[in-house]
Ligand binder design. Structure first.
Ligand code: GYE
Length: 324
C-alpha cells in the first residue's frame, strides 16, 4: 500500500474512534468524587469572635468537601451584601450562603436569585419576607429563647429585683430584635426588674465598652446588671466597669450570649456571670443544606440550633472543651 493510502486509512479509523467514544455513555462519577461546586458566601463582617468562628467553620467545610468558595465580607452593611449577591449571580454560582446583617429589605435580591435558579441558604440570622419560598432554608438558633434564658437566669440570681442596662446588637438584626423580645418577656413577670437604659453596641467589643462607659457616667450607682446581646459587648462592658473602679461580676452582674471561649475565661475569672451558648460552627450543616438543595431533596424551612446557658459554676469544667 502506498504511504498516502495508509495515511487515509489511519485518518478514517481515528475519525471512527472519535465517533464511537463520543457516543459511548459517560461513566458514572465514582461515589465520594469531588463535585466541583462553586458556592458564594456573603458574610456580615468580623464584628465578634462568634462571627470569626463561623467564617472559619464555613471555609474549612468548603475545603473539606472540595467546594470552591467565593467569600465576601460585608463589613456590617447590607448594601455590600447586595453587591456580593449580584456578583455571585453574575458568575453563576451553584448556591449562595447568606448571613443577612438585617432582617428587612431582602425581597428584590432573593427574587433575583430565585429567577436565576440559585438556592439561597440562610445561616445564623433570618429575614422578613412575604413569601418564604424566596429562600431555601434557614439554619439558626432560637434567639427569643436565648433572651428568655438570660432573663430568667438574672431573675433567679437577683430574686427578681434589679436595675438593668441593656447593650443591644446591630439595629434591625434578627438576633438583636429577638434577644430583646425574649429577655423582655422573661423579666415582665418580675415588677422589680427594670431596664433603665438600652442602646446598641453593634455587637462589637469597642462599642459595648463605649456605651457602657456612657451609662456608668450618668448612673453608676443605680446599675445592678448588664444584659449584653453578645459576649463581645459584655466583655467590653466588663472593661468599662473595671475602669470605673467597680468589680464586674460582683458590683454589677453581667450576662451575655454566644458562649465564646473568652466569655468562659471571664466566668472563670469571676467578671462575667453567665452566657448563653449559641453555636457558630455552622459549616457542616450549611453545606449539607447546599448539597441537599442541589440534589432536589426537601429541606425544612428552619433548623434550630440548640442554645444552652452556662454560669460561673460550670465554667471551669466546660472551658477545656470550648471549640470557639
Ligand atoms: O451572637 C454575634 C454576632 O448572628 C447569632 O452575630 C449571630 C450574632 C452573634 O455578631 O456575636
Amino acid at each position: 500500500m502506498r504511504t498516502s493510502s495508509v495515511r487515509c486509512l489511519l485518518a478514517a479509523m481515528s475519525a471512527l474512534c472519535i465517533t464511537l467514544v463520543s457516543c459511548a455513555p459517560k461513566p458514572e462519577a465514582p461515589t465520594g468524587e469531588k463535585k466541583g461546586l462553586l458556592v458564594g458566601f456573603s458574610q456580615i463582617g468580623a464584628e465578634s469572635g462568634w462571627r470569626t468562628a463561623e467564617t472559619k467553620s464555613i471555609r474549612e467545610e468548603a475545603e473539606k468537601r472540595g467546594i470552591t468558595l467565593r467569600f465576601s465580607d460585608a463589613q456590617q452593611k447590607q448594601v455590600n451584601q447586595v453587591t456580593a449577591l449580584n456578583a455571585f449571580i453574575a458568575e453563576g454560582v451553584d448556591a449562595i450562603i447568606l448571613a443577612p446583617v438585617v432582617k428587612d429589605g431582602w425581597e428584590p435580591m432573593l427574587k433575583k436569585a430565585r429567577d436565576a435558579k440559585i438556592p439561597v441558604i440562610l445561616v445564623d440570622r433570618g429575614v422578613t419576607v412575604s413569601d418564604d419560598s424566596l429562600y431555601t432554608t434557614l439554619i439558626a438558633a432560637d434567639f427569643v429563647e436565648e433572651g428568655r434564658l438570660a432573663g430568667e437566669w438574672l431573675a433567679k440570681k437577683t430574686g427578681g429585683k434589679c436595675n438593668i442596662v441593656e447593650l443591644q446588637g446591630t439595629p434591625g438584626a434578627d438576633p438583636a430584635i429577638e434577644r430583646k423580645k425574649g429577655f423582655d418577656e422573661a423579666i415582665a413577670k418580675y415588677p422589680g426588674m427594670k431596664i433603665i437604659r438600652s442602646q446598641s453596641g453593634d455587637f462589637t467589643r469597642t462599642n459595648g465598652k463605649e456605651v457602657m462607659e456612657a451609662f456608668l457616667k450618668v448612673d453608676a450607682s443605680n446599675i445592678q446588671a448588664v444584659y449584653a446581646h453578645n459576649d463581645d459587648m459584655g466583655l467590653g462592658a466588663i472593661q468599662a466597669i473595671r475602669e470605673a473602679g467597680l468589680k464586674p461580676g460582683t458590683d454589677i452582674l453581667v450576662v451575655s450570649i454566644d458562649g465564646e471561649k473568652d466569655a468562659f475565661q471571664a466566668m472563670v475569672d469571676g467578671s462575667l456571670n453567665a452566657t448563653v451558648e449559641c453555636n457558630p460552627l455552622l459549616g457542616p450543616a450549611a453545606f449539607d443544606a447546599v448539597e441537599a438543595a442541589l440534589a432536589g431533596k426537601p429541606l425544612p424551612k428552619k433548623t434550630v440550633v440548640k442554645s444552652t446557658l452556662y454560669d460561673q459554676s460550670q465554667a471551669a469544667e466546660a472551658i477545656g472543651g470550648r471549640k470557639y
